[in-house]
Design a protein around this ligand. Structure first.
Ligand code: ZN
Length: 138
């Protein structure tokens, strides 16, 4: 199973991040995803890309970690729409994921929060593509 991975920030202030796994092909991605589903006891279905969110990200039940999940992508299916889609999931999760609070409803209360969210999304998508083009050229 071949992949590269990179820490990608998913918030404007660059505190929260996900590990992005870029597999060589979608069968490797799905093999990894299948194992992850098995560990979590959830149903598996093949994907082109996926954002996995950590339901719990507490250390010692007191402190939250800044790692909020994983985004799995593969070189043979990666594209603008898929990257935007999966990182939007990851950013929404990170934006409103607070200790001991429910994730939903996802509420944006004002223009400033909307801007903060979109800037976080821009950080993530930019980081991904900068990394991608760097490793693809190498
Ligand atoms: Zn989706």
């Amino acid at each position: 199973m071949k992949y590269r991975r990179k820490k990608i920030f998913v918030t404007q202030d660059k505190t929260k991040y996900v590990w992005c796994y870029l597999f060589d092909n979608k069968s490797d991605l799905n093999e990894y995803y299948k194992n992850s589903c098995k560990e979590r006891g959830v149903r598996f279905a093949k994907v082109l890309g996926v954002s996995l969110h950590y339901a719990k990200w507490m250390v010692g039940d007191k402190k939250a970690t800044n790692e909020t999940g994983k985004v799995l992508l593969s070189k043979d299916t990666v594209g603008g729409a898929l990257v935007a889609h999966e990182f939007t999931h990851a950013c929404m999760w990170a934006f409103k994921h607070h200790l001991r609070k429910k994730q939903y409803p996802f509420v944006i209360r004002n223009g400033q929060q909307e801007e903060d969210f979109i800037r976080g999304q821009s950080v993530a998508i930019k980081m991904f593509w900068n990394w991608y083009y760097k490793i693809e050229k190498a």
